[in-house]
Design a protein around this ligand. Structure first.
Ligand SMILES: NC(=O)c1ccc[n+]([C@@H]2O[C@H](COP(=O)([O-])OP(=O)(O)OC[C@H]3O[C@@H](n4cnc5c(N)ncnc54)[C@H](OP(=O)(O)O)[C@@H]3O)[C@@H](O)[C@H]2O)c1
Length: 251
């Protein structure tokens, strides 16, 4: 058995200025993968991610672009190829989780949620495929919310469910190009986005985790990163979605 070799490969991680994306980027850099950091506006956070990677001897650049638009994805992917001359891995991680009860949600929220969480996956994957050769990997970061709906985030839930289904179709069609596609579905992770949900509902996240997970805490972004990197390495893992939720879906 030969594991997928990450050394000297080039990975783009969308939305990697902070949170899960940053943890994935750092973990890939630990495997000697060259990484392309991306954020929509957060220049300082992107710079900090690059610096952290350089501190551990890794290679990284950052590109500020909005991946909810096709132009944003094209800019990101073109820059990655221009600098590193190849693209082997794309992690479609960028996303937003907007809270609004279904009866109240407006056109603006609908548009933003669909573009940030679903169109970004389509656009960035298509743009990256222009450069990807055989033995490339696309990872889509879905959510447990795409399987077990979260109260007050109906469109987010629906988009994550769409990403899980899209992952299967992409895997099916891209197999002939030997591009492997899979997804990961986390429960609540201790990031700005994860914590913002509790803030909106005025719930203590630690009290919630005590009652609603088997591990009695939120997940750390580094744990999701560890899972993503492990799955990238396993050549037979394709098309499916792995849940990492600290047991939340069992309760
Ligand atoms: N945290 C959780 O509990 C949780 C659970 C399940 C799934 N997830 C999924 O995991 C992914 C990452 O979430 P997170 O918790 O790490 O979020 P986060 O802490 O809010 O970080 C999101 C990152 O994505 C960037 N970003 C957002 N929209 C972007 C866009 N249109 N173009 C480029 N960059 C963009 C942000 O940069 P800017 O600030 O510059 O926009 C930031 O760097 C998302 O897809 C989310 O749905 C999260």
């Amino acid at each position: 058995m030969t594991l997928y070799d990450l050394r000297d490969k080039v990975a783009i991680i969308t939305g990697s200025g902070r949170g899960i994306g940053r943890a994935i980027a750092i973990r890939l850099a630990m495997e000697k993968t060259k990484v392309v950091i991306n954020a929509k506006r957060g220049v300082e956070e992107a710079v900090e991610t690059v610096e952290r990677i350089k501190q551990i001897g890794g290679e990284a650049i950052y590109v500020i672009s909005d991946v909810s638009t096709r132009e944003g994805c094209k800019k990101l992917v073109d820059k990655a190829f221009e600098v590193f001359g190849r693209i082997d891995i794309l992690v479609n991680n960028a996303g937003v989780g907007l809270y609004a009860l279904f009866k109240d949600l407006d056109e603006q929220l609908l548009e933003k949620q669909i573009s940030a969480d679903f169109r970004s996956v389509v656009y960035c994957s298509q743009e990256a495929l222009r450069y990807m050769r055989e033995d490339s990997v696309i990872v889509n970061i879905a959510s447990l919310a795409g399987i077990k709906p979260l109260y007050g985030t109906s469109i987010y839930n629906a988009m994550k469910a769409a990403v899980i289904q899209l992952t299967k179709s992409m895997a099916l069609e891209l197999a002939e190009r030997r591009v492997r596609v899979f997804s990961v579905a986390p429960g609540f992770v201790r990031t700005k986005m994860g914590l913002s949900y509790f803030k909106v509902l005025n719930i203590d996240p630690d009290e919630w985790a005590e009652k609603h997970t088997l591990i009695k805490r939120l997940i750390d972004p580094e744990e999701v990163a560890e899972l993503v990197v492990s799955l990238i390495k396993i050549p037979s893992f394709v098309g499916e979605t792995v849940i990492i939720d600290g047991g939340a879906s069992l309760i």
